[in-house]
Design a protein around this ligand. Structure first.
Ligand code: AHM
Ligand code: MG
Length: 298
C-alpha cells in the first residue's frame, strides 16, 4: 500500500509543492463533513451569474483561508470570487486556481461533486494551462478519491477510514472508450457540434452526463470517451471556465494520454485574459479529440 506522502516523496516535485498538494488534499475531510450542514443555497450569485450553493461559499472560504495561512501561495483565483486574491506576505511562489465545489447543483440530490485545483509557480495565475506544475481534483462519491498529477503521469488515491490517502491506481492511462456526454441544449447546438454528436451516436457511443463536470470527467478518464461543453447559439464561449475547470482537468487528461480542445485549438495553450473567461470544451480520449478537430474545423 502506497500512501500519498510516499508517492510524493518519490517524485521530482520540489518540497514546497509537495507540501501544498498534501495540504489541499487534506481539505477533503472538512469539506465532506460540511455537506451535512450546508444543503441550501446561499442567496448569492458568482461572477458567472450562477446561484451559489451554501457549500460553494463554504468550500471557497475554507480552502482560501487554508491557502492564505500556508505561506506557500502568492495568488488565488476561484470560481466563487470576483477578483484574484493577492497574498504579498507569502514566502512561497505558487499560484492556485480552483473551483472549490464543482457540480454544486447536484449537492441536494446527493450525486458526486468535487473540488478542482490547478497549481502554477512564478506567483501568478494568469498563465496558460500547459504551464501548470500540478493539478488535482477530489471527487466526493461513495469513496473520496484524489486524482493527481505533478507532471509525472496521473495517479488516483482513495481516502481511507483513517483519513489517509492510499494509491488506488498508478499511472492511469485514458483508453479510447465509447462514452460521450454534451452540455448545452440540442436546440442551440451549432451544426458542427450536432454533426459530431450524431457521429458518436451512430457509432454506438453511450450517453453519460450527470451535470457534474468533475464526476463526468472521472468516468471518461477511467473508461474513455469524450465530455463536451460546446459553444452554443447565444453563448459562443460555452459555459465552463478556462482557468478553474478547463485547464486543471485538461492538464490531467493530457497527462493520462488524453487531450483537450475548444473545437479549434488545444485549450492548454490559450493565454487567459481575465479570470472568469469561458471556453468551449472537448476533453477525452486522444482519437476522439482529433476527430472533433476534424469535424469542427472543416
Ligand atoms: P459549477 O457547478 O461549478 O457551477 O460548474 C458548472 C457545471 C459543471 O459541473 C457541469 O458540467 C455543468 O455546469 C453542467 O451544466 P448544465 O446544467 O448546463 O448541463
Ligand atoms: Mg464548476
Amino acid at each position: 500500500m502506497i500512501t500519498l506522502e510516499e508517492y510524493l516523496d518519490g517524485t521530482g516535485a520540489e518540497q514546497e509543492l509537495k507540501e501544498l498538494v498534501r495540504l489541499i488534499a487534506a481539505q477533503a475531510t472538512p469539506i465532506r463533513e460540511a455537506f451535512l450542514t450546508n444543503q441550501t443555497y446561499a442567496g448569492t450569485t458568482n461572477q458567472s451569474g450562477e446561484e451559489q450553493a451554501a457549500m460553494d461559499t463554504w468550500a471557497d472560504r475554507h480552502i482560501t483561508e487554508v491557502l492564505q495561512r500556508s505561506g506557500l501561495v502568492r495568488e488565488v483565483a476561484s470560481e466563487e470570487q470576483n477578483d484574484i486574491l493577492k497574498i504579498p506576505e507569502s514566502h512561497g511562489e505558487y499560484a492556485v486556481v480552483m473551483d472549490p465545489l464543482d457540480g454544486s447543483s447536484l449537492i441536494q440530490v446527493n450525486l458526486a461533486v468535487g473540488t478542482i485545483v490547478g497549481i502554477y509557480d512564478h506567483g501568478t495565475v494568469m498563465q496558460p494551462g500547459e504551464k501548470m506544475r500540478a493539478a488535482l481534483y477530489m471527487l466526493y462519491g461513495p469513496m473520496t478519491v484524489l486524482t493527481l498529477t505533478v507532471g509525472e503521469g496521473v495517479q488516483i488515491f482513495a481516502l481511507d477510514n483513517n483519513n489517509q490517502y492510499v494509491l488506488l491506481e498508478a499511472d492511469v492511462k485514458m483508453p479510447e472508450g465509447n462514452l460521450y456526454g454534451s452540455g448545452g441544449l440540442r436546440t442551440v447546438w451549432t451544426e458542427e457540434h450536432a454533426r459530431f454528436i450524431d457521429t458518436c451516436e451512430q457509432e454506438g457511443y453511450k450517453l453519460r452526463y450527470s451535470g457534474s463536470f468533475v464526476a463526468d470527467f472521472h468516468q471518461i478518464l477511467k473508461y474513455g470517451g469524450i465530455y463536451c461543453y460546446p459553444a452554443v447559439v447565444g453563448k459562443e464561449r460555452g459555459k465552463l471556465r478556462l482557468m478553474f475547470e478547463a485547464n486543471p482537468i485538461g492538464f490531467i487528461a493530457t497527462q493520462a494520454g488524453g487531450a483537450i480542445c475548444d473545437g479549434r485549438m488545444n485549450v492548454l495553450t490559450i493565454n487567459p485574459e481575465k479570470p472568469h473567461q469561458k471556453t468551449p470544451l472537448y476533453v477525452g480520449s486522444k482519437g476522439l479529440i482529433e476527430k472533433v478537430n476534424g469535424t469542427l474545423c472543416t
